[in-house]
Design a binder for this molecule. Structure first.
Ligand SMILES: Nc1ncnc2c1ncn2[C@@H]1O[C@H](COP(=O)(O)OP(=O)(O)OP(=O)(O)O)[C@@H](O)[C@H]1O
Length: 255
């Protein structure tokens, strides 16, 4: 396995010797790697290779069975500042379509982790919601119903929810599912802008064009961590590339 190039600063996430089973099915095996501040990391790998599971473990959504995870310098077990972390889950669009919820309300839900309870939005919350919607170019849609928006617009709203507390790290799980190609490009450019402004980004993706164009680090999973390194190292790693190219869900082309 190739080691990532060292950069200054302490890791924002450290994953050490993590195994994970669903029942008897081993999904992750001895996974160890670090995420550095300022990384724009793509987590790639075939279907069922454990990408979403790894994200959920880091986010404390699944209970750790073996190994250690540190997040912003703290053992995951003791970490409780979840407002410092943003998360855009997979297929968020389908879930929220059920509810007649407005854009402002969706983004406001992201404030719950800061307050540790779900109460109606106060003035400070509303200001934060407005600022987040502005950052994703959706300020004028705040009173619209989420279900009336296009896939690309909805995804921007979910990003706004993910960044409403000005997080240090933003996790995204296949964020462009259901988003048209033109909107995808704009979407990734927006993420790149956030990254330039200091947010560490960790994104599960199948899209090779994105990996080539936007990210600076790549982690390649196939139950074990097959590769973790810079984008340049990834391009010269036969093992990582062949696994990636075998994955028939890949889309896109080299830029
Ligand atoms: N709640 C669950 N209970 C049992 N098995 C599960 C559960 N969630 C996922 N799995 C299984 O664990 C394995 C890894 O799933 P995971 O979703 O982490 O993979 P992934 O790499 O994100 O896949 P994809 O690219 O298809 O989203 C798969 O075989 C999946 O079927």
């Amino acid at each position: 396995m190739t080691s990532p190039t060292r950069v200054k600063g302490n890791p924002v996430v450290e994953v050490e010797h993590v195994d994970f089973f669903y029942g008897k099915h081993m999904v992750l095996e001895d996974v160890t790697f670090s995420i550095m501040p300022g990384d724009f990391l793509a987590v790639i790998g075939p279907n069922g290779s454990g990408k979403s599971t790894l994200l959920k473990l880091i986010l404390g959504l699944l209970k750790l069975q073996k190994g250690k995870i540190h997040i912003i310098g703290k053992d995951l077990e003791h970490f409780n500042e979840w407002w410092r972390i943003g998360y855009v889950p997979q297929k968020a669009v389908h879930v929220d379509k059920i509810f007649p919820i407005t854009v402002e309300e969706v983004v406001g839900l992201g404030r719950a982790s800061k307050k540790n309870h779900l109460k109606w939005l106060n003035r400070e919350d509303k200001i934060a919601v407005k600022r987040a919607l502005k950052k994703v170019g959706m300020a004028q849609f705040s009173q619209k119903k989420l279900s009336d928006l296009s896939g690309g617009q909805q995804q921007r709203v979910f990003i706004a929810r993910g960044i409403v507390n000005d997080p240090e790290i933003l996790f995204l799980d296949e964020p462009t599912t259901g988003v048209d190609v033109k909107a995808q490009d704009e979407f990734y450019e927006m993420l790149q802008e956030f990254n330039k402004n200091g947010i560490t980004i960790v994104m599960v993706t199948h899209d090779i064009a994105v990996v080539n164009k936007y990210v600076n680090k790549v982690a390649c999973l196939n139950r074990r961590l097959v590769f973790h390194g810079t984008h340049e190292e990834f391009c010269s790693s036969k093992e990582a590339l062949s696994l990636f190219l075998r994955d028939h869900h890949l889309v896109g082309h080299r830029h």
